[in-house]
Unconditional design. Structure first.
Length: 391
């Protein structure tokens, strides 16, 4: 159980810590270790000594992977744009055959195929043929991942100068322009054209997280679910399939809510669904639901706006009502780089929101009036973590 209130301190700094205090013995030992590791002579000895050589090589590879990460990601971009994974889903093929189908020279195709194979996207077969690898096979027909890969062109442009980004001198943000509500004075006034691109991306990627949430928490105990900031209704459609008696409510910006209304009708869910258009930071949320969901919404907002949103959700729920707060978290087990590094810089480039730990979110939920907060394990923390808060 995670307390929603109570004294907390800045991560990594215990209460009463004084930067002028003498270092502890533990700090002295760690400082000495860091100095040894930074010493070039020690590095050479570690790489040569049989017992430390495997560790030295792993760390050298990890450091190089950080340097080469952008190149690796561009290999993936090339594979997606050329439709390589779908071609290899037909059958393993040689570099020459693929070069013809990809409109590349044999030399260029070989460069791409060798690179993709080294990254686990492809695998080699007898006869000089290439086939899908363990990381490439899940890409076949996966519109969600392909859309995210293409979307990262905006992120790469915004973080081309990371120091300028951190200092607030990054210039015009392509991500802020893409996400029409980010920093907008009146998000509810956005036109359908302004929200179409990001709504489509969210709908594609929603499939990656909906099942993770619904596997971790059953909605069959509830009668009505309000999804706040729920895009085109993808999560509600998935929830409806799991809980066939569940009534559905969606609150979104007006043009996005209109898309959700049409989707519910097409899915045969019109009799059990209601959509509401508005700005959840200034308007009251509809009442009547006994459970609400915020799926990848809170981390898009700074603390003041996030607290306003959580208070609005708290006010619309009845006593003993439940909130499902699902999003990547900065302390996700086995996925800390996703929350702290990836989303840290993504949201900085977007100029709205920040990644938070489960404790950070529990603190905001406590301030919003939720009396109890617990974290529920999910099978894929990299995609999303889940907090369940009760009124």
């Amino acid at each position: 159980m995670m307390a929603a209130t109570g004294r907390r301190y800045v991560r990594g700094i215990p209460p009463g810590f004084d930067e002028g205090s003498p270092p502890s013995w533990g700090d002295r030992i760690r400082n000495a270790r860091d100095q040894w590791v930074a010493n070039p002579r020690f590095q050479r000895l570690a790489a040569a000594f049989p017992l430390t050589r495997p560790l030295a090589r792993r760390r050298a590879r990890a450091l190089f992977d950080l340097c080469a990460g952008f190149v690796y990601s561009q290999v993936l971009v090339a594979c997606v744009r050329l439709g390589l994974f779908d071609l290899l889903a037909e059958r393993p093929q040689t570099a020459a055959a693929l070069a013809n189908r990809l409109s590349l020279s044999t030399d260029a195709a070989t460069t791409l195929l060798d690179a993709a194979e080294s990254l686990g996207l492809l695998s080699r077969r007898p006869g000089g043929r290439f086939a899908l690898g363990p990381l490439g096979a899940p890409m076949v027909g996966n519109a969600a991942i392909a859309a995210l890969v293409e979307h990262h062109a905006l992120l790469y442009a915004d973080i081309a100068d990371p120091v300028a980004l951190l200092r607030g001198d990054g210039g015009r943000s392509q991500l802020a322009t893409f996400w029409a509500y980010a920093g907008a004075t009146d998000p509810a006034s956005a036109t359908a054209e302004r929200v179409d691109s990001y709504t489509t991306l969210m709908a594609a990627s929603q499939s990656l997280v909906a099942d993770v949430i619904l596997d971790a928490y059953s909605l069959r105990r509830h009668r009505c679910l309000l999804d706040v900031g729920g895009g085109d209704g993808s999560f509600l459609v998935a929830a409806a399939a799991r809980a066939t008696d569940l009534a559905l409510q969606l609150f979104e910006l007006p043009p996005v809510a209109a898309r959700a209304h049409a989707r519910f009708a097409a899915a045969g869910l019109a009799p059990r669904s209601t959509t509401f258009g508005g700005n959840f930071l200034v308007e009251r949320l509809p009442r009547g639901a006994d459970v609400a969901s915020l799926v990848r919404v809170v981390h898009d907002h700074d603390d003041a706006a996030a607290l306003t949103l959580l208070k609005a959700v708290r006010e619309c729920l009845p006593r003993q009502g439940t909130l499902l707060l699902a999003e990547p978290m900065a302390d996700a087990a086995g996925a800390r780089p996703v929350g702290a590094a990836y989303f840290g810089f993504y949201l900085k480039a977007m100029r709205s929101g920040r990644p938070r730990t489960a404790a950070d979110l529990a603190g905001l939920l406590g301030k919003a009036g939720f009396g109890q907060v617990r974290q529920v394990s999910t099978r894929l923390p990299l995609a999303t973590c889940l907090l369940v808060a009760t009124v």
